[in-house]
Every structure is written in structure tokens, then in C-alpha cells.
Design a binder for this molecule. Structure first.
Ligand SMILES: [Zn+2]
Length: 167
């Protein structure tokens, strides 16, 4: 919903890690496209991002220079723990945490903002009051997200055109 309000359409694919390779959907085996983002739901965030704060729900890997960011982690036990002290359910908070990390990946920065979903710390009063409108991207961020998606789509098309000879 948060991304939809920013006019960014998301298609989710469950690529749960399985011991049994035949259970892995073929979509999860194919090479990443520029518009694909990998969001790992993990139990121990500190195992993947040792420098991340104790209260952080997630972490995005932002590469240097012009490489596009594609990988982020969200810690479900932390999301669930936070849900106990707020009016949001764990599922709703998980969605908000994922939207926040997708924001980092598409905006290409780990920076935060003092408004909306990209706040470094969500305010207790917004969490308690279920203030959905406080968990949206700003209009300016929404524009940057849309531009980022268009850029990725275009470079993907160019790459595809180079790889698949016509005729
Ligand atoms: Zn953040």
C-alpha cells in the first residue's frame, strides 16, 4: 500500500530457502533483473549486519558508486517484538519495514528523512495511533522512486536487447 501510494507497483515472489531444490520456484533460480530486489527475512539481523543498531528492523546494502542496490534484510523477530508495543500487527509492521528498505534500495542511499516512512525512528505516537499517513513516502521521494524504477526498467531493456540477438 505504501509503495502503491508512491505509484510504484510491486510483484512479490516467495523464494524461501529450501533444503529441497525441487521446491524452489524457477523464478528464484533465474538471474536477477535490474528491477529485482532481494529482501531477506532473517532471525538474527546482527549476523548479517554487525554494525546495525539494536533497534533497527532492517538493513539495506547500498553499493558504492553507480551500482544499483538490490539486497536488504529485515529481522522478523524484531518486527514482532515491536508489534507488541504498538497498535500495528506484526504483518503490518513487516510491510512498513519492507517498504522502508525498498525505499533505501531504490533511492540508493542509507540516508533518512525527518518525515514519513523514511524516518530513522518511527515515532511512538504514530505507531500507537496507527497513523498510516505518517508512514508514506513524501511526494518528492515518490518522484525519485518512480524515476529509479524507470531507469532500472530502461537499462534492463537495453541489456536484454544486447543479450538476445534478433532474427
Ligand atoms: Zn533506514
Amino acid at each position: 500500500m505504501v509503495l502503491q501510494r508512491a505509484s510504484v507497483e510491486v510483484t512479490w515472489q516467495d523464494c524461501t530457502v529450501s533444503q529441497n531444490p525441487s521446491r524452489v520456484p524457477p523464478e528464484c533460480e533465474s538471474r536477477l533483473r535490474r528491477t529485482d530486489l532481494l529482501l531477506y527475512l532473517v532471525v538474527r539481523l546482527e549476523a548479517h549486519a554487525p554494525s546495525v543498531g539494536k533497534n533497527a528492523l532492517g538493513f539495506s546494502i547500498i553499493p558504492d558508486k553507480s551500482d544499483e542496490a538490490q539486497m536488504a534484510y529485515v529481522c522478523y523477530p524484531r518486527v514482532r517484538a515491536l508489534s507488541h508495543s504498538t497498535s500495528f500487527t506484526a504483518d503490518e509492521l513487516l510491510g512498513l519495514a519492507l517498504a522502508h528498505e525498498i525505499g533505501h534500495l531504490l533511492l540508493g542511499t542509507n540516508e533518512h528523512c525527518n518525515r514519513g516512512i523514511m524516518r530513522a525512528r518511527w515515532r511512538p505516537r504514530d505507531l500507537e495511533g496507527r497513523h498510516w499517513e505518517e508512514f508514506l513516502f513524501t511526494a518528492e521521494q515518490a518522484k525519485r522512486l518512480q524515476r529509479a524504477v524507470v531507469t532500472r526498467l530502461e537499462s534492463q531493456k537495453r541489456r536484454f536487447a544486447l543479450e538476445v540477438p534478433k532474427g
